[in-house]
Design a protein around this ligand. Structure first.
Ligand code: M3P
Ligand code: FE
Length: 311
């Protein structure tokens, strides 16, 4: 098997300021399926083509943002190995017991130099996508509701020490740098896009003074047509839109950025690039992030909110 180690982003736990409003947004407007609630009152949801029990966990809190993001690894042996590698790299790790998140095995949690909490896990109950495992259907009608994203795709996180984050992800966790935006001086990376697959990115980080901030969680749509249709649904439901529909020059993703009721930004996204690990990383100058269409290829402008609005 070629794909080993860290497989993909498997879950995000988001802080929301009103749980009912958030459930209405993620379940009823976006169309994720609610798969459970736990004793703490957290709500678990999954996208329609995901196999595992959940990818989004909502926790009611006083401020919006990201509690943690979890990446699934191939198996228990990989989890043990990466835990040891993280410690050898100088990071503190803790194990959360199986079942602390519903239907999820032990998780190895650690804080990365940007202040974000990450976790690795090997087990989560496979509930399926409703299509069956023998003679499967291409999609399950009962799950195609609302915007109907296929999966949680990636997140862009803002925080300090992006150089150290890049080192950790590439040298310890096996990620590849696929694209980057330089700072205005051209002396260091301002934004890095990393994959552990051939996705255009599985995680991205931007240099920012405040630690642990969320720029957006992204949801993969089946088509560009579905991105536009998601825009219709945003408008019908008065979901505040930030940018788009447009194309990012960086990653070439076709996109809308919008906000959930707590102000957490989310993205409806259709990937358009699949970099293999042997492909050279692409570099964008800071000037091109705006005027070169890096952020918005259609309008070629640096929207103010991109660098300033995070939760
Ligand atoms: C994305 C994406 C920039 C582009 C961001 C890209 C920094 O959010 O999912 O492709 O210009
Ligand atoms: Fe994105």
């Amino acid at each position: 098997m070629a794909m080993t180690g860290v497989l993909r982003p498997g879950h995000v736990q988001l802080r929301v300021m009103n749980l009912d409003d958030a459930v209405r947004h993620y379940r009823d407007i976006m169309g994720l399926t609610e798969t459970g609630r736990d004793a703490e009152g957290r709500v678990y949801l999954k996208c329609r083509d995901e196999i595992d029990h959940h990818s989004v966990v909502l926790r009611e809190a006083d401020c919006a943002g990201l509690d943690f993001i979890g990446f699934k690894v191939l198996d228990e042996a990989t989890l043990d190995r990466l835990e040891a590698d993280l410690r050898a790299h100088g990071l503190e790790t803790t194990r959360l017991p199986a079942g602390e998140l519903l239907e999820t095995g032990e998780r190895v949690r650690f804080q990365v130099p940007s202040g974000h909490w990450f976790e690795l896990y090997a087990k989560k109950t496979a509930v399926g996508n409703g299509c069956g495992l023998v003679d499967p259907t291409p999609w399950a009608p009962e799950n195609k509701r609302g915007m109907a994203p296929l999966r949680l795709d990636h997140a862009l996180l803002y925080g300090p020490n992006i150089g150290a984050v890049q080192k950790l992800f590439t040298e310890v966790l096996g990620f590849t740098l696929v694209e980057r935006v330089l700072n205005p001086e051209g002396s260091a990376n301002l934004i890095i896009f990393l994959n552990c697959s051939i996705k255009s990115h599985d995680i991205a980080f931007a240099e920012y003074p405040e630690p642990g901030k969320l720029h957006h969680c992204s949801f993969l749509m089946e088509s560009w047509e579905d991105v536009l249709r998601a825009g219709d649904i945003m408008s019908m439901n008065k979901v505040p839109v930030d940018i788009g529909p447009t194309r990012h020059g960086v990653t070439r993703g076709r996109t809308i950025y919008a906000w959930d009721p707590s102000g957490n930004r989310f993205e409806t996204f259709k990937e358009d690039r699949q970099p293999y690990p042997d492909h050279a990383p692409l570099t964008w100058t800071f000037e091109a992030l705006g005027a070169g269409g890096g952020l918005d290829y259609v309008q070629r402008k640096l929207h103010e909110t991109f660098l300033t609005v995070v939760t």
